[in-house]
Design a protein around this ligand. Structure first.
Ligand SMILES: *Cc1c(COP(=O)(O)O)cnc(C)c1O
Length: 437
């Protein structure tokens, strides 16, 4: 596979180079120049495969000109070693549970896949690198856990002191080893500014800094696999249409879905479900992209006012507004509607949705009401409800239980370093003093 930049002014690169660079030299996002096409016969033959087996076959389609099939298979099975079950809620409405990875959110799919391929490429080249991520919570934990123990990669996660939940802090700072957690005495925006500054700092070039946020194509690719898996699982007949409702923030997940559709998965339309941060639904209505400060909501991983995958989404949809309108419908869901969805789904189906999954489910119901009962609709549940225990308890009267593997989180020792100040040299000195791996 060759990847080109949405900026149009950088040379095409291999997948290996694209994941190591993160962002293209012209500041654009990498996009595959061609998308492998799946034949109808293949789709029929692949029905019934486990998620892991299907993921490995799809990854081979993308990556076989760069990696041996056995290598792809082993990296994929190692990265995606948890299930992605599809639950039928009622009639044609389904929920795809994407929260069975180590940090209980769908970001584990992308972070773990990227980490395995990143480590493999560095080892092949005999190189080392440092990954920098700024996080307001979820990305940092998935990246910290994903890169834990990957040889040759030091991972530095910056988070704002006192502004992530104690559980998130534990998920970021209890990893240790090659993962350095940095408590920043400021806001998330300060963390992001320090990271951006470090990438441009010539004194840090020797560290080979790279990024692992959702602009990295190595995070998007594996997310396309679960759309294929769910579509094959729920289609009324092989190759029959399936609609997905995607709880959207930076639009990485939605863009990954469009990649699956471009491969030939029978997905006629995506419902982009947002909370009050409705930049995309507004763009679909008015044709104007209006970035703005984010608004806090209960589905806080979707509180994004300037989604960083927007250009990539538009390009994949054909490059203009009409193309996006042909592929994506926007649905905004209010706080009251999100809470009502949690309450009613629990009352009617004894099923607990997290606030992000609830936004998707509320949007999926509207689409189902409009489109009739024949087409299966799949709402993506992107986080485990126990990560939002307070909101869930308010709506259902019950505290959701953490999965067994996370219940001891309070007793895990934290290894966070405190950054002494918010100036660029504070962070530069900190990075230069990190011991070599
Ligand atoms: C990151 C995140 C989202 C938003 O996904 P994007 O790819 O940024 O659109 C939705 N739900 C949860 C739980 C998340 O962590």
């Amino acid at each position: 596979m060759r990847l080109v930049s949405t900026g149009g002014r950088s040379p095409a690169v291999s997948f290996a180079d694209a994941i190591i660079h993160g962002i293209a030299p012209d500041g654009g996002l990498y996009l595959p120049d061609t998308v492998p096409a799946l034949a109808q016969g293949e789709l029929r033959a692949w029905r019934g495969l486990s998620f892991q087996a299907l993921a490995s076959r799809l990854a081979c389609r993308w990556l076989q000109d760069e990696f041996e099939p056995a290598v792809i298979d082993s990296l994929v099975s190692d990265a995606l070693d948890f299930p992605a079950p599809v639950i039928r809620l009622d009639g044609s409405l389904h929920v795809l549970e994407l929260f069975h990875g180590p940090t209980m959110a769908f970001k584990d799919f992308g972070a773990r896949f990227l980490a395995r391929f990143f480590g493999h490429v560095l080892a092949q080249r005999g190189e080392r690198a440092t990954i920098l991520v700024a996080t307001s919570g979820d990305t940092g934990s998935a990246v910290a856990r994903g890169f834990a123990g990957v040889p040759g990669v030091r991972t530095v996660v910056l988070y704002p002191a006192g502004k992530v939940s104690p559980f998130q802090e534990s998920q970021i700072a209890s990893v240790g080893g090659n993962v350095t957690a940095v408590r920043v005495p400021g806001s998330f925006d300060d963390c992001q500014r320090l990271v951006k500054g470090a990438f441009l700092d010539p004194d840090l070039r020797a560290l080979r800094l790279s990024s692992a946020n959702s602009i990295n194509i190595g995070r998007l690719l594996p997310q396309s696999f679960y759309y294929a898996f769910a579509a094959l699982s729920v289609a009324a007949e092989p190759g029959g249409p399936v609609v997905f409702a995607v709880p959207s923030g930076n639009l990485g997940n939605l863009t990954a879905g469009v990649l699956a559709a471009r491969m030939g998965m029978p997905i006629p339309v995506f419902v982009a479900a947002t909370n009050a941060n409705d930049v995309l639904p507004e763009y679909l209505e008015t044709g104007v992209y209006r970035a703005r400060p984010s608004i806090p909501t209960v589905s806080n991983a979707m509180d994004v006012g300037d989604p960083n995958n927007f250009d990539r989404l538009v390009r994949l949809c054909g490059g203009d507004l009409d193309g996006v309108r042909a592929t994506v419908r926007g649905e905004r869901v209010t706080e009251a509607q999100t809470r009502a969805e949690i309450r009613e789904t629990f009352a009617r189906h004894d099923y607990v949705l997290d606030p992000h999954g609830a936004v998707a489910c509320a949007a999926a119901r509207r689409w189902r009401a409009a489109a009739g009962p024949a087409t299966p609709v799949v709402a993506l549940a992107t986080a485990h409800p126990a990560k939002f225990a307070d909101t869930i308890a308010e709506e259902t009267g019950q505290e959701p239980l953490l999965p067994a593997h996370e219940r001891d989180w309070r007793s895990r020792p934290l290894h966070a370093a405190d950054l002494p100040g918010l100036a660029a040299p504070d962070f530069r000195d900190f990075l230069l003093r990190l011991p070599a791996l």
